[in-house]
Design a protein. Sequence first.
Length: 241
Amino acid sequence: MFNIKQKIRHFLIKADVALQEKISCEGVRYIFRNRHSDELVIIFSAIGNVSYNYRRALIKSHRDQLFIKDAWAKGVSYYLYEEGRPYPQEKTSKFIEKWLKKKKYSKIHTVGSSKGGFAALFYGFKYKATNIYAGACQYNLGDYLATLEHKEYYHVTGNAVNDKDTLMLNRALASMIEQNRDAPIHVHLLYSTEEHTYRDHIIDLIDKLDECNIAHTDHVEDFPEHSMVGGPFKHLLMDSL
């Protein structure tokens, strides 16, 4: 049985190679899997060399899948800013809105881990997703980018580290959640209590979700390094979507 499943998966992955990256009229780079479904999964990318995360994890999903690449600020715009200008957010928003007008989906699910998890939450709340799947995501974005380890990414603001921009980035996701107080959106959080993201971001994120009466399910892991989120998050997606 396992060999048959392997062969099916191999066939699907091989067939999926035909799907090529496209560029929308808004300049957004994306890949779309058409499953002729009335549900849409929107997947956002994390920091790193992989352009479209979790393609294999969702290869057998029967839902339509829209993979959106962060093609601005060297892949670290967080789909928000490049050199202080908000056009990554404007272009991504316009693209998603156009896509949702093409077809009336009954449910929208947003997906991503780390940077992609931030975007999944931001755009999931913005477009009233049914489910949001976020793995070991950032919440206090300004604090995260202002650290010595990630300071090279602070250029998204167009400035050197400063309190005003740091607060603006910290408020980006908090404000979006506050605008959706009591909304029937279900957030699925996957995180490890053994790595810094839990202390620096997840605790505050959970507090904000509870404050705004947003339902969430917590999948608690114990991996020691942030970079290890991909494995367990992939399995969560395979089981759920």
